[in-house]
Design a protein around this ligand. Structure first.
Ligand SMILES: NC(=O)c1ccc[n+]([C@@H]2O[C@H](COP(=O)([O-])OP(=O)(O)OC[C@H]3O[C@@H](n4cnc5c(N)ncnc54)[C@H](O)[C@@H]3O)[C@@H](O)[C@H]2O)c1
Ligand SMILES: [Zn+2]
Length: 376
């Protein structure tokens, strides 16, 4: 028996059934874990994408069927475009035609895209059926499968339609991470580094010391790191489920990173590399505000993440504009998550444009080339 990390209980306010477990185990344990979580029906809908379905769909389905579940497998195309109202409709149509009832769970097997769209489907089918998250990407295991944010994109912007909807169970099989592409693995590592910087100095040390083992995806180190990051996310969500305060620190590096993704048109540059650049800008800004505080390890760690090569179209002017327009559109002010020291973050809203410009210059200067933007 592989020794899995200990399960994590997510305690939430309100009716007791909103609290749930994050279980570390194998895909084959799903039916057992579902009955432990009190999920009992004879039907379930498994939503996945073609990549993950090909690798793990049959195994999951067979396990469920052997335990007496009648399963409908809905396989969607991989990629961010699947987080759309059209694909949501496809899930709803299939589920209703299949004859789901109030107690029939929706199982989301895949990365953050599947977790978000299938989660939103679960929130809306019959005004809410149980949701089981089975995250298979590093990003999904450390971030998106935890916390209950579900939804789809709209042509006007990302994640503009959705609901807070908590799962009844999260099953993490860290062994599934071995089949993830190198770029998805490294992308997820940006979020891992983020957790260390905002909340856990000891994790920061572990990452620095075990970096080679992490790149090699050594199972024990991987499992420990996923479990640590998942616990941090749980702590933050328990404190502030609906993001009225502390949960905003999870956006560390993202206010900068999203602007970069937008200007690059979401092509050529991945979310992970944009966040890596964004975190370096945010650390630089923190350094300027907290003079005398040492941020050497934070800069060292973020420097190890892959970063994009930026073409001439990426300018500080355009980046600053993108930051403002994004916020104005949703009627929000520009907030920044900064580090007060390594391992501890604060949210501030009094950052001047001059400071923002200097930090952008620091972060993107070394990445500029004469060519089109692309991941290195
Ligand atoms: N709900 C939240 O709180 C939250 C938080 C952060 C991000 N997100 C969302 O998550 C999405 C990104 O998630 P993602 O990075 O997992 O993307 P993704 O779901 O597109 O998965 C990335 C790629 O990896 C493949 N894949 C997944 N698991 C695999 C495995 N085990 N083996 C081989 N291939 C595998 C997928 O098919 C896909 O091609 C974005 O839409 C983002 O908005 C949501
Ligand atoms: Zn992110």
């Amino acid at each position: 028996m592989p020794d899995h990390p200990r399960n994590i209980r997510v305690h939430l306010d309100g009716p007791v059934e909103r609290s749930h477990d994050i279980v570390f185990g194998t895909l084959d344990e799903l039916s057992e874990r579902m009955s432990e979580a009190g999920l009992a029906s004879d039907r379930c809908v498994v939503v996945t994408d073609a990549n993950v379905g090909h690798l793990y769909g049959e195994r999951l389905e067979t396990g469920l069927r052997n335990a007496g579940w009648e399963c409908l497998l809905v396989t969607l195309p991989p990629g961010e475009r699947t987080k759309s109202l059209d694909r949501l409709s496809e899930i709803l149509d299939a589920a209703l035609e299949f004859g789901v009832e109030r107690r029939s769970p929706v199982v989301a097997l895949g990365g953050g895209v599947i977790g978000d769209v299938a989660g939103f489907a679960a929130a809306t089918i019959l005004r809410g059926v149980p949701l089981v998250q089975v995250p298979t990407s590093l990003l999904a295991q450390v971030d998106s499968a935890i916390g209950g944010k579900t939804g789809v994109n709209h042509p006007v912007g990302k994640n503009l339609i959705g609901a807070f909807y908590q799962p009844s169970l999260v099953l993490m099989d860290v062994a599934t991470l071995s089949t993830l592409s190198e770029s998805e693995w490294l992308g997820g590592l940006s979020e891992v580094v983020k957790y260390a910087l905002i909340r856990d100095e000891q994790l920061l040390e572990t990452l620095l010391h075990s970096w080679d083992a992490i790149l090699a995806r050594e199972p024990k180190v991987t499992a420990d790191i996923v479990a640590r990051c998942a616990s941090i996310k749980v702590e933050i969500v328990e404190e502030d489920e609906h993001e009225s305060g502390i949960r905003a620190i999870l956006n560390f590096g993202h206010t900068f990173g999203h602007a970069l993704e937008r200007i690059a048109g979401y092509i050529g540059i991945t979310h992970g590399t944009a966040v890596a650049v964004g975190m370096r800008a945010a650390i630089d800004l923190s350094q300027r505000r907290e003079s005398g505080t040492d941020f050497t390890r934070a800069l060292d760690l973020t420097d190890r993440l892959p970063k994009p090569r930026l073409g001439p179209e990426i300018t500080v002017d355009r980046l600053v504009d993108a930051m403002w327009s994004d916020k104005k559109r949703i009627g929000d002010i520009l907030r920044f998550v900064l580090l007060e020291r390594e391992g501890s973050a604060v949210v501030v809203d009094n950052v001047s444009e001059d400071e923002i410009r200097k930090s952008w210059e620091y972060a993107i200067g070394p990445l500029k080339s004469g060519h089109r933007s692309t991941d290195l």
